[in-house]
Design a protein around this ligand. Structure first.
Ligand code: AMP
Length: 206
């Protein structure tokens, strides 16, 4: 299974990615972690990436695409992977699609974690002293809106997008993700006297 996990900073992608990857035995590739490891090791890639990480801007597409496509050609990825934090722009998504098309192994799903903006600000501020990096937080959210959110339409048009409400506890969100119907079209609810409500386990298109 080849899956992309999408969602704004603070949506809990890393935590949920670990769980999904465990459950389906997928290689979990977290782009931010790979970039931070390069910075820590002082690699040439890390030197390029550092200023972008510090400011919350995206590392240039060609740098990240080269890094991730190279990683995806390694044998462990042949059994399936979960991408956490990549792609983050339509250009990156196109490059990924082209690469996977050449391998004859396209994506199976793009899972989008949906969180209300006030909740995100609250979660992000709770990670440390809000004053320390308020500007970076604001910038990362803006970058998400302008560069990454268009990916939702991109994957929706391909019929790959599944949106999951990411409010609630970690377990509740995991349950919703793992029970997202992937290949079974949802049947129309039976006609009952009860009025139809939004009771479909939080899994729905946005
Ligand atoms: P993350 O750990 O996923 O929140 O990413 C931390 C930072 O790494 C981001 O704010 C960006 O500066 C950089 N980054 C992570 N993934 C990407 C990507 N796909 N494209 C460009 N920059 C990225």
């Amino acid at each position: 299974m080849r899956v992309v996990l999408l969602g704004p900073p603070g949506a809990g992608k890393g935590t949920q990615a670990d769980r999904i990857a465990d459950r389906f035995q997928l290689v979990h590739l977290a782009t931010g972690d790979i970039l931070r490891a390069n910075v820590a090791d002082g690699t040439p890639l890390g030197e390029v990436a550092q200023a972008y990480l510090d400011s919350g801007e995206l590392v240039p597409d060609q740098v990240v695409v080269a890094m991730m496509l190279e990683r995806l050609t390694q044998p462990d990825c042949g059994h399936g992977f979960l991408l956490d934090g990549f792609p983050r722009s339509v250009a990156q998504a196109r490059a990924l699609d082209e690469h996977l098309a050449e391998l004859g192994a396209p994506l199976d799903a793009a899972i989008n974690l949906e969180v209300a903006e006030e909740e995100l600000l609250h979660r992000l501020a709770g990670r440390g002293r809000a004053d320390d990096n308020a500007q970076t937080i604001r910038n990362r959210l803006q970058v998400f809106v302008s560069s990454t959110r268009p990916l939702l339409d991109y994957y929706d048009e391909q019929g790959l997008l599944f949106s999951v409400a990411a409010a609630g506890t970690i377990d509740e969100v995991s349950e919703r993700i793992l029970h997202t119907p992937r290949d079974v079209p949802r049947p129309a609810p039976p006609a009952r006297s009860q009025p139809a409500t939004s009771g479909s386990e939080g899994v729905d298109a946005s």
